[in-house]
Design a protein. Structure first.
Length: 256
């Protein structure tokens, strides 16, 4: 029984290491393809498809997050006579953590699933094999444009989400907690520093790479058939969200 237990653990560890190695090989292969020929038109198309279409859900998510954060802290800070710090606290929390993480999670669900479904459908219908037959590297044609688009659009969406979140917090602070606009806005540059924003942007770039690489990886490794497309899409989203949370801890330790 104990030997069987050790065998299960060993098999799980080997499967995890194989998965990490396989993903890293795909990532390194995509990096090698970048200097060959960057298809700017494809990158712009992916930026539009993956970034602009995600604006509504990012807007709603970040606005309500800023509102809820302010609801939770405003009254408590007023009781302690620290209402002049509310705006700065909200800006720091959103800029450092909530902005990049929530935008990353939203993008993983909205963008990662779309990538995986599209590429896995191409694999099932043998379009990826057709690219190889025509002498086109699938990594350069499929992965690189999506990775570049995510590396550009996820940080831009994060900046946009940070602003929307702070504005949502301002609305609650002014009209619910009775904190004046001047006090709220003036506390942001007083307590928040540039590193609070740039650190969040570094996280957003990393999260964008994770979303694109895992989305493309699961798409290319999708099992055959329509059921395989569904399984690959689910695994892509779940894996991307888990990796984002794990990397968020490591990046927070390094950046702050």
């Amino acid at each position: 029984m104990f030997v069987r237990f050790l065998e299960i653990i060993g098999a799980s560890v080997l499967e995890l290491l194989y998965f990490i190695g396989d993903v890293m090989l795909l990532f390194i292969g995509a990096l090698k393809q970048m200097p060959v020929k960057i298809r700017v038109r494809h990158v712009i198309h992916q930026m539009s498809h993956l970034g602009v279409d995600t604006l509504p859900i990012v807007s709603l998510t970040m606005m309500f997050t800023g509102m809820v954060m302010t609801l939770q802290v405003a009254n408590e800070f007023i009781k302690m006579g620290a209402e002049s710090t509310v705006g700065g606290i909200i800006a720091i929390a959103i800029g450092r953590e909530l902005g990049p993480v929530l935008v990353g999670v939203v993008a993983a669900g909205r963008v990662g699933s779309a990538m995986t479904a599209e590429i896995s459908t191409m694999k099932v219908t043998e379009q990826i094999d057709a690219l190889r037959v025509m002498g086109t590297n699938p990594l350069g044609y499929l992965v690189v444009p999506r990775m570049l688009a995510c590396m550009i659009m996820v940080p831009l969406l994060t900046v946009y989400g940070d602003v929307i979140g702070v504005v949502g917090g301002w609305g609650v602070a002014k009209y619910y907690a009775g904190i004046s606009s001047y006090v709220y806005v003036n506390s942001i540059p007083e307590y928040a520093v540039l590193n609070d924003l740039t650190g969040g942007l570094v996280k957003a770039v990393v999260f964008g790479v994770v979303i694109a690489v895992l989305g493309c990886y699961y798409g290319m490794k999708a099992p055959e058939g329509a059921e395989g497309v569904g399984k690959a899409t689910t695994r892509s989203v779940v894996s991307a969200i888990v990796v984002i949370f794990m990397l968020n801890v490591l990046l927070s330790m390094v950046l702050y």
